[in-house]
Design a protein around this ligand. Sequence first.
Ligand SMILES: [Zn+2]
Ligand SMILES: [Zn+2]
Length: 196
Amino acid sequence: MNSPYIAYIFIAFLIFFVLITIMLFAMVIYLIKGMHQSKKESKNENNDEMKELISTVRTGFEKASEVNKGHFCKLHPGVKASGTCAVCEEMFCEDCMMELEFLNLCPEHFRLVNENEWSAIETVKTDSENPEASMYVHDFKKKYWKDKMTPMYIITHYQINVENDHIISQVELFGKRDEQFFIGSELKKYKDSLSI
Ligand SMILES: [Zn+2]
Ligand SMILES: [Zn+2]
């Protein structure tokens, strides 16, 4: 064999080897790039999920604060309500809310309750076995305030029976003394319509 042939073969091998090395490098670089890309993509996906979660949480908060927006004093917009008037069932702030025996009342209905005689029109006893028994009294009161502006209030007394651990409540509906017969007959009609 001639020595120049050997040299050619050697050069050919060298070129082949270099090409293979370059291809391998290229493959490795391509693979590494690919891995980076997919990592970035999954990060973006995570970000999207996170954004969605944050916006869900935010909507929840906004909804909650919207509900709170309704809990302001009827007479002082922007002042947080601290209680509900027993007659009109509107919400009022601490400065407006007045107490009269068992009742929380707005200024207008404090005067009304204070300046009139009131009579118990209906008394219902409920216990843990029959907790819904007094619902009709609350519904009647609400309805007649809404429809006819008939002022009434409800006083509930709770009594705990220690022996059998029962909570008994006594729900009493009061109306103005001079309206008691009218309210009584309206309540009877209402009960008949519900067949109680
Ligand atoms: Zn009121
Ligand atoms: Zn107020």
